[in-house]
Design a protein around this ligand. Sequence first.
Ligand code: ZN
Length: 501
Amino acid sequence: MKAAAYCRFSSDNQREESIDAQLRAIKEYAEKNNIEIVKVYADEAKSATTDDRPQFLQMVKDSEIGIFEAVIVHKLDRFARNRYDSAFYKRQLKKNGVIIISVLEQLDDSPESIILESVLEGMAEYYSKNLAREVMKGLKENAFNAKFNGGIPPLGYNIVEGEYHINNEEAEAIKLIFDLYAKGYGYRHIIDELNLKGYKTKNGNSFSKNSLYGILRNEKYTGKYIFNKGTKTNHRITKDDVIIIENAIPAIIDKDLFEKVQKKINERKIERGANTAKRTYLLSGLVYCGICGSKMVGCLSRGKYVTYRCNKKDRTKQCTNKDINKDSLEVFIVEELNKKIFDPEVAPILAKLLNEENQKLNKEKFEKIAALKKNYNKIESQIKNIVDAIAEGMYQPIMKEKMRELEDKKNEILYSLSEIEKKKETSFITPEIIMEIFNEDREIINSLNNPQKIKEVLKKYIKKIIVYPTEIKCEFYFWIGDDFRSLEVAASGVEPPTLRV
Ligand SMILES: [Zn+2]
């Protein structure tokens, strides 16, 4: 076995063995036990209390490169200044496959040291630089235990101490939704039934087509626990990060019913696709009825007029708003966009607005980070107090629980910090930058040869189009790079005479 020798001498302590004496004892021991000393590290400190140990730190560093498998000291108190220190560096060395041998003592395996070491093991992330990964690990551990990872729990479940429990009343609503859909009822009918029975979503809202779709597609209801799914936008998450555990949480829907519903959803999708694929409604999803507030959807009116039509009109016959001609509305909106957004005179105004908003956001971000860091330091010092108390031999079982709690809090803060820091600072925006982005998008919109692409670009700029009986109102959005801003720079347009059918 290859080993390093470590000696330390404090000149203010007359009773200590000199470095030479320590080294002699170490060499003797090594010879007797067939150990080869490959390197000697020695620190001579002026005082025992100062942290002046360049050779010691060098030794710890060298342990990473594998030139020795053990460190031999004369006495364990040479190795470190206190128990905390000792446990910390012991762990570092252990990680590098290096053990500590004392010439005069058995290895320190007193109960306090073992507790302290295990506490330190549990605090691995405390010293880790890769904080985000550690946080992810924590979330994954939660996932492996089928524990709740934050956010709003799905309808049908309550979260009790991090675990999924069925909420009986909500579960009834879930069962009703699956049953009705499997029997062939449409979303409209299911929503009416739910409203009749007084069911609400988890947020206390009425059900919508989207919320029903989300429920019908949620595999959790069969007891399957899925973590990290549905975060497709985060490209750093690999397949390995997706955890699926069958029967991990209490099931509300049996697997057969769930499968039946999935099949039905897909069938309906194909049917619908066959009917609407022929024509691209450039503004679909963006047009709202000015009378009742419903969406206006693409429609072949009276067999020949292609229009946007109030969705409520057909379903309930309650709305009196007229259809609006598809092509006329689309042309009108593109013209408005050209006039109100892509105009070179608009760019400086937008740049000014954006820069003002940026400054405000940066300031808020800075303040938030400062507050989180302050809190973080507070928790760290609380942790240190506990570690110190343990080191002094004042271990209480409750400390472990407290430590866990503090660690959780700390992870939460680190997570919040990493989330905030992800939002990159936006640099100063000039009118030229804005015009460059505009020109690209304007070309796409005015080219008219790729409807899907045009639709995508229009979505970037249009928040909402409201069609009133006598006028059209359009609220525009505004994006720069990945940053999304909502600025209502243009409001209303006068109704062009050809628009009505
Ligand atoms: Zn309407």
